[in-house]
Design a binder for this molecule. Structure first.
Ligand SMILES: Nc1ncnc2c1ncn2[C@@H]1O[C@H](COP(=O)(O)OP(=O)(O)OP(=O)(O)O)[C@@H](O)[C@H]1O
Length: 331
């Protein structure tokens, strides 16, 4: 569904060159759900904007839904839906009219376009607002309308750039429910970016971890967590000396990837924490060390990012760049 080779985009800003995307080689199968996960400025939006023909690449090639982004952008646009970071609906029109017009622009007949608009308004819990003008909607309502706009022509490939940022948990869940139903019923391929690790973890079957314009890991969330992070077993000991000794003992046990003492605690990374924990406790006990507490935590995608880069995604996050508005589809 998507094939890119050496896809690259750089910008000139204040006399400097920013390499936003550096040589993206990607093959995405039809029917997949793929997340781009990375900190601010990693190149996620720039990648999506190239794939949706909104931004020409500096070099490299990309075929999207069978059409080349450089030589046949109209062919790409007909087959895809795109939700950018900005709002896509005009402010002075009624909600229903915006949706019906969008459907008509994609070649749907009047009756079909109206029927789909009604279905989408119902599914995204916007039916009570159908006759309101877009400008009077709240942020969350507006975002749900944007999603409806991206879906009205039932595209085979859907790009969502931070679809749920700033929304309350109910609206986030509602949006995902709808997108995933479309994916399930129609086989829609979904490619999205998100800052919410849980969304990538829960909904994507493949996660591309992006940093400084490059894909630094590419696998299912389960594999990424198991291969690159592992479970974390934290054991509390009586004092720092015991913690140091416990770390040494832990390192000698099978399945342990690393063990470090921090103050009175020892933190142990292992491929299978449930299996390690009883044996570790027995070993510490046999060595005469007093264990005060023990807990097991499953890895998150943030742990994966930490292993890969030495930074957490959360500490890499900074306020959205001023040029984020530039990600508007009409920009
Ligand atoms: N129009 C532009 N002019 C100059 N630099 C730009 C432009 N668009 C993006 N950049 C720069 O390219 C880099 C990648 O930006 P991009 O928006 O793709 O990152 P991102 O991963 O989507 O970040 P975010 O999570 O904040 O949306 C950043 O350093 C950004 O400042």
């Amino acid at each position: 569904m998507i094939h890119t080779r050496g896809l690259t985009r750089s910008f000139r800003a204040k006399g400097e060159t920013v390499e936003a995307v550096r040589g993206l080689d990607l093959d995405i199968e039809a029917g997949s759900v793929v997340a781009f996960l990375g900190p601010n400025g990693a190149g996620k939006t720039t990648s999506l904007r190239m794939l949706t023909t909104l931004l020409p690449p500096s070099s490299g090639t990309a075929t999207v839904a069978g059409h080349d982004v450089a030589t046949d952008p109209a062919g790409v646009r007909r087959r895809i839906g795109y939700l950018g970071q900005g709002n896509s609906a005009g402010t002075n029109f009624r909600v229903t009219d915006e949706l019906v017009t969008q459907g008509r622009a994609y070649g749907l007949g009047r009756a079909e376009s109206r029927a789909r608009a009604e279905r989408l308004l119902g599914a995204l819990e916007l039916e009570g607002l159908a006759r309101r003008t877009v400008g009077t909607l709240s942020g969350g309502q507006r975002r749900r309308l944007d999603i409806a706009m991206a879906l009205v022509h039932e595209p085979e490939l859907l790009f969502l750039d931070e679809p749920t940022t700033g929304l309350d948990p109910h609206s986030r869940a509602n949006i995902w429910e709808h997108v995933l139903r479309l994916h399930k019923d129609l086989g829609t391929t979904v490619v999205f970016t998100t800052h919410y690790l849980e969304e990538a973890d829960l909904w994507a079957r493949r996660v591309l971890v992006v940093d400084h314009g490059r894909v630094i890991a590419d696998d299912s969330p389960e594999n990424l967590k198991a291969d690159l992070a592992g479970d974390l077993v934290t054991v509390g000991t009586a004092d720092a000396a015991d913690a140091g000794r416990a770390a040494e003992l832990a390192r000698a046990l099978p399945g342990v990837r690393e063990a470090n003492a921090e103050d009175t605690e020892v933190r142990v990374r292992a491929s299978d924490g449930d299996v390690l924990l009883p044996g570790l406790l027995r070993r510490l006990d046999a060595a005469g060390l007093r264990v005060r507490s023990a807990r097991l935590a499953r890895p998150t995608l943030d742990d994966v990012f930490l292993t890969l880069t030495g930074r957490t995604l959360r500490e890499s996050a900074d306020p959205a760049p001023a040029d984020a508005a530039d990600a508007h589809p009409g920009a």
